[in-house]
Design a protein around this ligand. Structure first.
Ligand code: MF3
Ligand code: CO
Ligand code: CO
Length: 315
């Protein structure tokens, strides 16, 4: 999820590691061998069969009600979350096997769309705030919210595929960054480090823990690897609604609120080889890094249990 950084969020960041890393990045301008992505033609929106249960924004493109506070889910709601998250994970893994050099991200989207529908679920991104496609595909210097289009995948690309399904009234959300053909060492390192940071963030989750611990720990780890965290992309509460409270920042912050059993939210850090700064293209969605650096992202939906944390988006 994209947030606007306010003085509150920026002021609350801890700059100690950041300054050291800025120096490091200004010295290290070689980001490796890869193609910069130019947006291409986007095919028209796909229909969803009438028999499939739709989220509230399906027609208008705007969301209705989301809770004001982080929601504590009951056993039945948790069961529903487990089911939708498991489906999202299965679909993401199938997409991973489908990805290869030469296919377009539009073809990846069609594959995902058909698979989601065949499983009697709705592809959550479709018409969510007017997003035109069923999944997000973010290649190389596209940091997040890439729109599937007619650009064929090239040997050496890295591609994040973000899958969210609405199944039985609940959303399940996850993403992974896949390697296309032979990716250079810089790219492979970035992808590996980003996945490590996600799991590091998940590992600190338990009842009573502050949400801020997640970001603190992800940011520290990212800096150890020599990467920056793109701060405007945050995790989010999830349930009957796609995005709700709490915001999960992936950088050090002072959110003293604590986790409670029954909460479900996503963790989805975006790491950059270079600058944390992004530009949103005219389509209103595609977020590219301002300096052309590559980014990678991984996402899981998690549940806080009585004793710790459960990753819901695993097969
Ligand atoms: N799945 C993305 C997330 O992790 C959200 C995509 S919004 C969309 O929060 F409209 F672009 F699909
Ligand atoms: Co998400
Ligand atoms: Co997502």
């Amino acid at each position: 999820m994209l947030i606007t950084l306010t003085s509150k969020t920026t002021k609350s960041t801890i700059s100690k590691f950041r300054n050291t890393c800025k120096y490091f990045w200004s010295k290290k301008r070689n980001f490796g061998e890869y193609a910069l992505v130019e947006p291409a033609f986007v095919t028209k929106m796909k229909p969803v069969p009438i028999t499939i249960r739709k989220p509230d924004y399906y027609k208008s493109g705007s969301t209705m009600i989301t809770p004001e506070e982080p929601e504590i889910k009951n056993a039945k709601q948790i069961q529903r979350m487990r089911e939708s998250c498991k489906l999202a994970a299965q679909i993401l893994n199938k997409i991973g096997k489908f990805i290869r050099v030469g296919i377009t991200t539009d073809e990846v989207d069609s594959f995902a769309h058909n698979l989601i529908i065949a499983n009697r679920a709705y592809p959550s991104p479709l018409n969510y705030k007017q997003f035109p496609k069923s999944i997000c595909t973010s290649v190389n210097n596209v940091a997040c919210h890439g729109i599937p289009d007619c650009r064929p995948l090239l040997d050496g690309d890295i591609i994040n595929v973000d899958v969210t399904v609405f199944f039985n009234g609940y959303h399940g959300d996850c993403s992974k960054t896949f390697l296309v053909g032979n990716v250079d060492q810089f790219g492979r390192d970035l992808v590996k480090a980003t996945e490590t940071c996600l799991y590091q963030g998940i590992s600190v989750c338990k009842p009573g823990e502050r949400f801020s611990t997640i970001g603190q720990c992800i940011e520290r780890k990212a800096y150890q690897f020599g990467y920056s965290v793109v701060p405007c992309f945050v995790g989010h509460g999830i349930g009957k609604y796609f995005h709700g409270p709490p915001d999960i920042c992936h950088f050090a912050n002072y959110n003293n609120e604590t986790m409670e059993p029954g909460m479900t939210f996503t963790i989805e850090p975006v790491l950059s080889q270079g600058s944390q700064e992004i530009t949103i293209l005219e389509d209103g969605w595609t977020a590219i890094t301002t300096d052309g650096a590559r980014t990678a992202q991984f996402e899981h939906t998690v549940l806080i249990t009585q004793t710790g944390v459960e990753i819901l988006t695993e097969e």
